[in-house]
Design a protein around this ligand. Structure first.
Ligand code: THU
Length: 134
C-alpha cells in the first residue's frame, strides 16, 4: 500500500477521537487526500435532533470542497467494526459527485483494510443530466 494511504489512515484515526457521538456511541473518523496532496479530516457529529447528524466522510469532503479542493484522490474511513468501515449510501453519492475515481480506503481497528473506487461502491449512481460543472 502507498505510504500516503497509511498517513491518511493515521489522520482518520486521530480525527475519530474528535467524534461527537453521544447518541449512537459509534465513532467514525475520516481523512481525504486532495488533488494537490492536502489532507482534510472529519469525524461524525450528531445532534439531539437525530436527523441533523452528519457522517465523518461528508465532514471531511465538505471541508475540502469549501477550501476550494474539488478533486479528491482518496478517502480513508475508520471505525470499530468487525469488517473494514464501509461508507453509507449518502456519503457514496457525495463521493461520486466530486470524484468517482477516488480510492476509498476502508479500515477497522484491527487494521483490516479494503480499498475500492467510489464508483465501484455505488454502481449505477445517479447522475442527473450529467452536466459538467465540477
Ligand atoms: N456514520 C458515519 O460517520 N459514517 C458512515 O459511513 C456511517 C455512519 C456515523 C453516523 C452516526 O453518527 C453514527 O455513525 C452511527 O450511525
Amino acid at each position: 500500500m502507498e505510504d500516503i494511504f497509511q498517513e491518511l489512515i493515521n489522520k482518520a484515526k486521530e480525527a475519530r477521537l474528535k467524534a461527537y457521538a453521544p447518541y449512537s456511541k459509534f465513532q467514525v473518523g475520516s481523512a481525504v487526500l486532495t488533488e494537490n496532496d492536502t489532507i482534510f479530516t472529519g469525524c461524525n457529529i450528531e445532534n439531539v435532533s437525530l436527523g441533523l447528524s452528519i457522517c465523518a466522510e461528508r465532514v471531511a469532503i465538505f471541508k475540502a470542497i469549501s477550501s476550494g479542493c474539488k478533486r479528491i484522490k482518496a478517502i480513508a474511513i475508520i471505525c470499530d467494526t468487525e469488517k473494514p468501515c464501509s461508507p453509507c449510501g449518502a456519503c457514496r453519492q457525495v463521493m461520486v459527485e466530486f470524484s468517482p475515481e477516488m480510492e476509498v480506503i476502508m479500515v477497522n481497528h484491527q487494521n483490516k483494510i479494503k480499498i475500492a473506487k467510489a464508483k465501484e461502491l455505488l454502481p449505477g449512481f445517479f447522475k442527473g443530466r450529467a452536466i459538467e460543472h465540477r
